[in-house]
Ligand binder design. Structure first.
Ligand SMILES: Cc1cc2nc3c(=O)[nH]c(=O)nc-3n(C[C@H](O)[C@H](O)[C@H](O)COP(=O)(O)OP(=O)(O)OC[C@H]3O[C@@H](n4cnc5c(N)ncnc54)[C@H](O)[C@@H]3O)c2cc1C
Ligand code: SF4
Ligand code: SF4
Ligand code: SF4
Length: 370
């Protein structure tokens, strides 16, 4: 029976681990910790019984199930390269407090405050900051939801708080907000019927081109004379944007490519394709969120928010913008896997570049973070 050692050798040590946190929550004895930002069972604990629950909880070992999970969770809808969806809108919060602190249109924070107020959910797994350093959190009320508003870059084990939310806090209707990799993971746990996942009633995914290691970002910003503690807001489009004291500093996103974790280089999901609702900024004007509603439940939630007049919505004009980004991400993931495969066969960087008709720099950049 495969156990923690197999998870470590196949996923954690190979850089496939997305740091979703599912194995941490799944272990009944809480043996798995994140000492170096990766899941580790620090030493073979006496009561680690080699039960294989952590191994079974990792969706990265079962990526081939994604279509089956999508069919079961989403069912029907219009399909294109951003996945299946029933409705695409631009949305903006009507709550002035949320508008001041949110990342884009404040759709997510408004959804959560609406969900808590209406009783649809009794808590959420979110990401808050120690300064800009991201950390997984559980929110049970408006104040805790508001604290989590805004985007913080860095991989976060969002699902590591699932056990505490369900077992310690007794939450029974949870919303998980996370990157597409977090949403794939929680969908897999629900699909598999893990009892710990059954209180998760709603999933909200963020559009995501890639992520950046937090400590690496801090160094790159410092090299540009930017102290992260003085930053008001960070965002990434085709440029990396830093807002400080009302000023905007932008630089090409290629300058932080070295901070992208290995697992993001092979990730194919830009648009959180198995979330109930996917939310981002690409495709929407400044101050608005792009919202793709995928499931019946997601449809009802958006309609409820409109009826409660907590958001403004407009039909989404340009889905083509996000389709193009989604296509590029899938293509890049495929190319990166091919680079790794050819490298394993013993081809040099130059030979790989020639074979794939790309620059040697692109090849070495991907291999550097293998
Ligand atoms: C790593 C990353 C990459 C992204 N890349 C893109 C992109 O390429 N294109 C695009 O359109 N949008 C991207 N987004 C999404 C975008 O930054 C906003 O989160 C989204 O538009 C929602 O805005 P909002 O105003 O509705 O959110 P808010 O109301 O401000 O709420 C934001 C929510 O995001 C959650 N969150 C913050 N940081 C993280 C994190 N590191 N991991 C998981 N959850 C987090 C918080 O829990 C909070 O509830 C990315 C987000 C992240 C975290
Ligand atoms: S007790 Fe089971 S779930 Fe926990 S680390 Fe050991 S094998 Fe994994
Ligand atoms: S379950 Fe998540 S955190 Fe654990 S090894 Fe798999 S991808 Fe990594
Ligand atoms: S690029 Fe993929 S693996 Fe990386 S944070 Fe985004 S969804 Fe997760």
């Amino acid at each position: 029976m495969p156990g923690y050692e197999d998870l470590e050798s196949r996923i954690i040590d190979t850089g496939e681990c997305t740091v979703c946190g599912a194995c941490v929550s799944a272990c009944p004895g809480s043996h798995i910790k994140l000492p170096d930002g990766k899941p580790r069972r620090p030493k073979r604990a006496m009561d680690c019984v080699g039960c294989s629950i952590c191994y079974d909880a990792c969706y990265m070992l079962r990526h081939n199930l994604i279509k089956e999970i999508e069919a079961a969770a989403i069912g029907r809808g219009h399909r294109d390269s951003v996945g299946l969806y029933r409705r695409a809108v631009m949305a903006r919060t009507k709550d002035p407090e949320i508008a001041r602190i949110c990342q884009d249109g404040g759709f997510i924070t408004t959804l959560l405050t609406y969900g808590l107020r209406s009783g649809m959910i009794d808590g959420a797994l979110l990401v808050v900051g120690d300064g800009w350093a991201p950390r997984a959190s559980i929110a049970r009320d408006r104040d805790e939801v508001i604290q989590a508003a805004g985007t913080r870059y860095g991989p976060v084990p969002v699902l590591k708080t699932l056990r505490a939310a369900v077992v310690d806090e007794g939450l029974g209707s949870i919303c998980v907000v996370g990157s597409p990799c977090h949403i794939q993971s929680i969908r897999y746990l629900k699909h598999k019927g893990l009892p710990l996942a059954s209180p998760v009633k709603l999933t909200v995914g963020l559009l995501c081109r890639e992520n950046y290691q937090y400590s690496c970002l801090v160094e790159r910003l410092a090299a540009k004379g930017v102290d992260i503690d003085q930053v008001d807001k960070l965002d990434v489009s085709d440029e990396f944007n830093i807002y400080t004291d009302g000023n905007l500093v932008s630089f090409p996103v290629t300058e932080v490519k070295g901070c992208v974790p290995r697992h993001c280089l092979v990730c194919r999901d830009f648009a959180a394709e198995v979330a109930d609702i996917a939310v981002g900024s690409d495709g929407a004007p400044e101050g608005w969120s792009t919202v793709l509603v995928r499931t019946e439940l997601g449809y009802e939630v958006l309609a409820g928010m409109e009826r409660a007049e907590v958001i403004d919505t407009e039909p989404m004009g340009e889905v083509a913008v996000i389709e193009e980004i989604a296509d590029r991400k899938k293509e890049k993931a495929k190319q990166t896997r091919e680079i790794f495969r050819l490298h394993d066969q013993g081809l040099s960087e130059k030979e790989i570049a020639a074979r794939l008709e790309i620059t040697a720099e692109r090849v070495s950049h991907r291999l550097e973070r293998r």
